[in-house]
Design a protein around this ligand. Sequence first.
Ligand code: ZN
Length: 285
Amino acid sequence: MTGPLLTASVVLAALALVLLAPRVLPAWTALRSMPGPALLLWQSVSLAGVLCALLAAPVAVLTTGLSQPLLLGLALSLSGVMLVRLLLSGHRVGTDLRRRRAQHRELVDLVGEHLAGDPARAASGITRPDVTVLAQGNPSAYCLPGRGDRIVLTSAALDRLGAAELRAVLAHEQGHLDARHDLLLELFTVLHEAVPEPLRVPAALAEVHLLAEALADRIAEQRTGPTDLARALVAMAATGTPEVTARVRLLAHPPAPWHTRVAVTLLALVTLALPAAVVGFLTFS
Ligand SMILES: [Zn+2]
């Protein structure tokens, strides 16, 4: 491939992946029945977009030199803007998240009560030491990941949940902690905020959050079965939010068949191979 053509392809691929993928992927709702491969696809599409944008400048410089000033200028600005925005967004999101999480953990430790020796907790296979209960009127359960991670339940949640449902909720939260969904969501938040505000797609971030919930639901389902988990979701939801409705509906259906999951995984790998192919071309040509 000639230099200008390769540069134009990399620039167009970057723009297509960064601008179109967050609009196209949320509409592909069948992905929700295979949250693991779906999140892999989201990651590889996002990373491929970022890598193509970052590669645009080196590709232009190495393959066209100064022969295509317009293309060179476009590629340099695309890579430069992407690099600066990524670094700023990564710093801002990371610092902010850790500060807020540390404050929240301190607060929970200060006012929370430890749920120790609870039979439901023991039966759920929760091995982590910290499950904290907050005296609060709204039913809620969440985890605080990172060093000294813990699961937090409100007293209203404990009141509403039977032993089997509590097991399901704890298994769901432990699923988030074990799979480090916090890091995954942090990555997508950094990418989301690296895009200039008018071009951001909030629906994309919401879909990734839903997929992480669906994945933790699948993990919990394997330990407790879908019925207890679905009951717990309904019991915890004060009002039927669209997310809870979607999650209960997913639990009512079997996961996607293995061949569909393999196909989506392959699609993810092929997408990620795109920038790798550009690097290979530059290295060996
Ligand atoms: Zn969750």
